[in-house]
Design a protein around this ligand. Structure first.
Ligand code: AMP
Length: 172
């Protein structure tokens, strides 16, 4: 699985700024068999875990989160950057390398005690996913696991996240 996925992840140097090696997952989406395998893999892992909702992180978390929610018969909940969600929101801010960012979720998205999976395409420093977990816990939700297609292991993002972490492909 890991070798197959790595063949469909494209390295783009110096995007979006010099010095960043961007892991482009669009070739994974273009290949129906590979995309199907990814969703099947996540589905198998979570189908007997009593998951109420999949929380996708904007924007590439939506691409994997919505088909997974559909397969599991669970709700899909978007977490977005500040100012994008139309209804009443709850938010959390977190530090970036330079400055800070704020993410939001609708205030009625999660019910107390619900079991959720947080999903994004890629785990880098872990700041975004840990902020998402805080937001979910603030609303009384339980983060069963944070799931990623790609993990940049050398950034140690896993250590920043208090919930369990699962990824399909790791770059060391
Ligand atoms: P972080 O909060 O540092 O874990 O950053 C995670 C978010 O940034 C994810 O939504 C990723 O899609 C994006 N990201 C960070 N670094 C990269 C990278 N090298 N290639 C692709 N996406 C990245």
């Amino acid at each position: 699985m890991e070798t197959l996925l790595k063949r469909h992840i494209r390295d783009v140097p110096d995007f979006p700024k010099p010095g960043i090696l961007f892991k482009d997952i669009t070739p994974l989406l273009q290949n129906h068999d590979v995309f199907k395998k990814i969703i099947a893999d996540f589905t198998k892992r979570y189908e007997n875990e009593g998951i109420h909702a999949i929380v996708g992180i904007e924007s590439r978390g939506f691409l994997f989160g919505t088909p997974l929610a559909h397969e599991l018969g669970a709700a899909f909940i978007p977490i977005r950057k500040k100012g994008k969600l139309p209804y009443k929101t709850v938010n959390v801010s977190y530090d970036l390398e330079y400055g800070s960012a704020t993410i939001e979720m609708h205030e009625d998205a999660i019910e107390r005690g619900q079991r959720v999976i947080v999903i994004d395409d890629l785990l880098a420093t872990g700041g975004t996913a840990e902020a998402a977990c805080k937001l979910i816990e603030k609303q009384g939700g339980k983060v069963v696991e944070c799931a990623f297609v790609v993990e940049l292991g050398f950034l140690n993002g896993r250590e920043k996240i208090k919930s369990p972490v699962h990824s399909l492909v790791k770059y060391e």
